[in-house]
Every structure is written in structure tokens, then in C-alpha cells.
Design a protein around this ligand. Sequence first.
Ligand SMILES: [Zn+2]
Ligand SMILES: [Zn+2]
Length: 144
Amino acid sequence: MVQEVNAAGGCLCGAVRFKVHGVPIRMAQCHCRDCQRASGTGHMSNAIFKTADVEVSGTTASYASTADSGNTLTRHFCPTCGGRLFLYSAARPGMIVMAAGAFDDMSWFEPQIVLYTKNKPAWDLVSEAVPHFEGMPPPPPPKA
Ligand SMILES: [Zn+2]
Ligand SMILES: [Zn+2]
């Protein structure tokens, strides 16, 4: 059972802060090449929330790119320290994808799916108990 999250976080320098209060729609670990290049490591760990459940303070910079699904993803980060914060997918209006590592306390995070394992380097270890997808997963369940 996915628990409600009531947590704050922000970038490395602290110029951008956020608060989240809501139940994550999905928690995923993504090994796509875009997440690797954006993060500088083997994957990004992301929790999807309703945009209405997230409050951001401070100014972010952003970069939009086209995912191999054809969706436009707009990744937001701190213009000063470069810390990864969240992204929006044009295919998922009303949702925000939060970077798990940006939270002050990330102990609630638990990946439910692992994406793009075709790009996963051998050194980036993942629990075999979590369902894996070679590419994109099925769409998230509809949420009331
Ligand atoms: Zn910063
Ligand atoms: Zn990705």
C-alpha cells in the first residue's frame, strides 16, 4: 500500500524548495538515456504526484526534450547549482514527476517499476523483485 507523502525538499544550494503532500501516483526508476544524461548517473528515481499536491518556491531553469515515446518532457533544475528537481510530461497534464533524491527525507520512496532496462549499465544494481520493463511501462492507473 502506497503511503501518503508529507515531505519537503530542494536543490543542493537551497535556492529552490518544494513541499509535497499527497499519495504518489507511481514511483519509478528510469534508465533511459535522457535520464542518464540529465542526472549524470545510471538512472533517475522519480515519484509522480498530482501537480496540485506540490508547492514550489524559488525559480527553476528548464530544458525540454522529446522522449523516444514522442512525448515532450520538460526537466526543471536549479539555475545556480544544477540540482535536478522535477519534470513535466506533455502526455500527463496535471502531473509532476519529482526527483526522489531532492527530498530532505527520501525514506518513503520505493520504486514500483524499473524502466528502460535496455539502457541499464551492469554497474547500476537494481532489485530483481521490482518489475522491469525494457522500455516504457504501461500507462499509470487512472486516479480519482
Ligand atoms: Zn540550487
Ligand atoms: Zn528516463
